[in-house]
Design a protein around this ligand. Structure first.
Ligand code: NOJ
Length: 763
């Protein structure tokens, strides 16, 4: 402390030191020094993250910033808008820079496929590329931080935000969480072309009861640690500078007021050193949660629990001073939070140069959405990898680029839906629709289009979804019968029918939970009518969650899941439909047969009475009124070529705690085309002190094989792969039998067993 005072006296600053002086101070010394000069009002100001909207005029916001009453904004996305705000911060007494945050979830100006689609690529390099480009584009627009990645495990597709995350599996989501954080932050969050990652939503938001958004979460600690928490931890290991707090409660305590979550777990057990940001209005929501009487109490609970910064602040600003004066909170509660905000700004390089990402006015782009600012080639490359071929009867796909194609469906020409929800600063006019993509690719032949159906018939639903402000749902005023009739006529003239069906993007969004997973509107009827024409039928799905499409699965000859594939989606889809790219995507989430099967995830427990295929056995765990198991399992996806797997070889049938063993298979491309596939490694712990899942993904490799080529794939397994949280929350592997499974999806696998030896050398 004495040294620090001496240092400050030597430097003698009353506002920020010059960049040259900064270099001589450690981050901690710099931040402490600054805090020691701040008034209470300035400190509270730093804890406020303000939404830029119509209520906050530019003049008003600049005034507030210059007075030191705002720490950062959310929602301003260009250099010329952010520059005057940063100027205002530089006129404030201590010249503490602002940071500018934005939801850059799957691209910024160039829109990449949604999270669920990115996960379908199982291609960490491609996923990283999407994140890196998003960071480059966002930072070039003066953005310093993104509220991403969204890494909530989602096992209930009724939840509209399933689209934003990376699916149901702990291992896959954890791998992607780390990769995304590192992609956003690049070499360092301080680099001019990096943005800081604020991973979200901490914690367990994907497990809201019934898939109803914002609902409660009730979960045992072992399951939390085993299945739901690892992705957040992985984001921290990846260096995430910030974490956003979830809106749900956890076992009765809202995440926003949950000291166990933010202090015991996040800070103490995991050693997180970054910034904790509330979700939008999350602090005031504590009143509705019923844990705070009023906003003052809400602010007290949040700051004491460990929320550093208040997003869309209407609580810290008005309440913290009063709370401090009344003794309800301490000075250190405030100072600790301020320390994290300033620390994050330091890490973003903003003290060195507040204009690091805003640049100089003369270099501002004349048009933020200018074509040359986009990364179309990369978006197309990534999007192709995210498409999942679910069915391809008699090799209907790929199609020839000739003849007559009838393109039917309300999503085929949608520029807005193909971007998916949370499409950052993308503009719909720059999306390549599926219609455009096919047209671009077809050198001969013709494309006839008919809308076929509206996406939603119920105007109350349309009103609700549009109220969310995501986008308008286009409505064709013709009757359903008229539209279907037109589509059937188009189909009758064609050699093949492509029906682009699914959900408008506003259905796969925040506050967009569904009770049904059916195709909305009259799309199902449309498909039945198209099927009746007898023409070969390709379904192209555009949706942000698994849908229950058992009937459509039977009707269609081929099905391609395209999710929301982004700015270059149409071209990428055409690449696959015409065979310029051989599909290689695999599902990161189970497709249930019906909504009644939910939750339906592959890594379930065996139960005491597991279902037995083919046996007419009563008293086993199943629904008697529907076929057992999913429509499409986790990890599933076809290719235009075929792959075979030899039986698995294990390097040993025993494993000691300090050793490793290798599981190997030979994968052969037995078809006529080159292609990629994902070789997946699953492990089952047969007997444990608690019931263990029937299988858990532990590793995977995406490999390319030329037609006829064969490759050996090896997976190394050690004790760490076998660990789990027992009832005492100890993370340990238990000796005994383990089954290793390798397959190209989670169900069709080769299996071998080995024994994990105890210390003494026997099971
Ligand atoms: C609320 C959402 O839950 C969160 O994910 C998002 O970052 C904020 N709104 C800001 O858009």
């Amino acid at each position: 402390m004495k040294r620090l005072r001496l240092l400050c006296a030597l430097i003698g600053f009353t506002s920020l030191p010059a960049a040259a002086d900064m270099a001589s101070l450690s981050k901690e010394a710099f931040v402490s020094n600054l805090i020691s000069q701040m008034t209470l009002e300035e400190k509270i100001g730093q804890l406020r993250l303000i939404t830029i909207d119509e209520k906050m005029t530019p003049e008003k916001i600049r005034e507030e910033i210059a007075a030191g009453r705002i720490g950062g904004t959310y929602g301003s996305v260009s250099r010329f808008v952010n520059r005057p705000m940063q100027d205002a911060s530089q006129q404030s007494r201590l010249k503490i820079p602002m940071f500018f945050g934005w939801d850059v979830i799957h691209g910024h100006r160039t829109i990449f496929p949604i999270g669920l689609a990115l996960a379908s690529s199982w291609d960490i390099g491609a996923i990283e590329l999407s994140g890196r480009i998003a960071a480059k584009e966002a930072s070039a627009d003066g953005i310093d931080l993104t509220f991403a990645p969204m890494i909530d495990i989602a096992r209930d597709p009724r939840w509209g935000r399933t689209s934003e995350g990376f699916g149901e599996d702990t291992y896959l989501v954890s791998r992607i969480a780390k990769a995304m954080v590192q992609a956003y932050q690049g070499t360092s969050p301080n680099a001019p072309d990096s943005i800081m990652a604020s991973a979200k939503h901490f914690a367990l938001y994907g497990a809201v009861e019934g898939g109803r958004d914002y609902n409660s979460v009730d979960m045992g600690l072992a399951r939390m640690h085993q299945d739901y928490l690892p992705p957040y931890r992985s984001a921290i290991e990846g260096g995430a500078g910030a974490m956003m707090v979830a809106l749900n409660s956890i076992n009765g305590v809202p995440a926003t007021s949950n000291a166990w979550l933010m202090q015991d777990l996040l800070r103490k057990a995991w050693g997180f050193k970054g910034l904790v940001i509330s979700d939008h209005n999350g602090i005031n929501d504590l009143v509705q949660h019923g844990v705070a009487k009023n906003h003052r109490e809400a602010a007290r609970l949040a700051i004491k629990a460990g929320v550093d910064m208040s997003m869309n602040d209407f609580s810290y600003g008005p309440e913290l001073q009063g709370l401090l004066e009344s003794g309800a909170i301490s000075q250190s509660n405030i100072d600790n939070a301020v320390r994290e905000v300033l620390g994050a700004k330091y890490d973003m390089g903003l003290f060195e140069d507040p204009y690091r990402r805003i640049g100089i006015a003369s270099e501002d782009p004349a048009d933020n959405n200018a074509e040359h600012r986009l990364h179309r080639a990369q978006a197309r490359e990534v999007a192709r990898k995210t498409l999942v071929l679910l069915k391809n009867e008699n090799g209907l796909l790929p199609l020839k680029k000739e003849g007559v194609i009838a393109l039917i469906g309300p999503l085929a020409k949608s520029t807005v839906d193909i971007m998916g929800s949370w499409s950052a600063s993308g503009v719909a006019e720059q999306s390549v629709t599926i219609y455009d993509g096919l047209k671009n690719a077809m050198t001969q032949g013709s494309l006839i289009y008919a809308r076929g159906a509206n996406l939603e018939e119920d105007q109350e639903v349309v009103k609700y979804l549009e109220y969310q402000g995501v986008s308008k749902i286009e409505n064709d005023p013709r009757s359903a019968a008229e539209m279907i009739d037109e589509a059937v006529k188009a189909a009758q003239q064609a050699d093949v029918v492509i029906a682009v069906v699914g959900e408008p993007r506003s259905m796969s969004h925040e506050a967009a939970s569904r009770t049904s997973l059916d195709l909305p509107g009259r799309q199902s009827e449309l498909i039945t009518a198209l099927k009746a024409t007898g023409k070969p039928l390709v379904l192209v799905l555009m949706n942000g969650r698994p849908l229950s499409i058992g009937k459509e699965h039977k009707q269609a000859d081929a099905i391609l899941e395209t999710w929301y594939s982004g700015s270059e989606g149409g071209n990428a889809v055409a690449d696959v439909l015409f065979g310029d790219y051989n599909p290689s995507g695999k599902l990161p989430i189970t497709f249930p047969r019906s909504v009644g099967q939910i939750p339906n995830y592959y890594s379930h427990l065996n139960t005491g009475r597991p279902y037995i295929a083919g046996a007419l056995r009563n008293y086993t765990s199943q629904y008697f009124d529907q076929s057992h198991g999913p429509l499409y399992p986790f990890g599933y996806g076809l290719s235009y070529t075929n792959f075979s797997l030899t039986d698995m070889a294990l390097s040993s049938t025993t494993l000691s705690k300090t050793d490793n063993l290798v599981a190997s298979v030979l994968v052969k491309n037995t078809g006529q085309r080159d292609g990629e596939t994902v070789v997946q490694l699953y492990i089952r712990d047969v007997v444990g002190s608690v019931s263990r899942p029937v299988k858990e993904l532990k590793n995977f490799q995406k490999i390319m094989l030329k037609a006829g080529e064969e490759k050996a794939v090896h997976f190394s397994i050690n004790e760490n792969d076998l660990k789990f949280f027992n009832t005492q929350l100890e993370y340990a592997a238990e000796p005994g039998e383990f089954r290793v499974q390798i397959g190209l999806d989670s169900q069709d696998v080769k299996e071998q067993s080995f024994e994990l030896l105890s210390e003494q050398g026997s099971g």
